[in-house]
Design a protein around this ligand. Structure first.
Ligand SMILES: [Zn+2]
Length: 63
């Protein structure tokens, strides 16, 4: 089963699942190598924070 990467929207089996979200190996690599000067860095962090924020909301709704 292929997954949709939440960062680059590609479809692949190669990657990791963080909470309910899938990130492909390419983007994991990008994130791990990202430096603060990298213009993509803030965008990646923003997207990931959004995922975690949404998960918090999901948890709150359950409890
Ligand atoms: Zn990706």
């Amino acid at each position: 089963m292929e997954n949709n990467c939440i960062l680059c929207s590609c479809q692949t089996k190669q990657g990791i699942k963080i909470l309910e979200s899938f990130i492909c190996t390419k983007c994991v690599d990008l994130v791990s190598k990202a430096e603060v000067e990298n213009p993509n860095y803030k965008d990646i962090l923003f997207k990931m924070k959004k995922i975690w924020a949404e998960d918090d909301k999901g948890q709150a709704a359950k409890n």
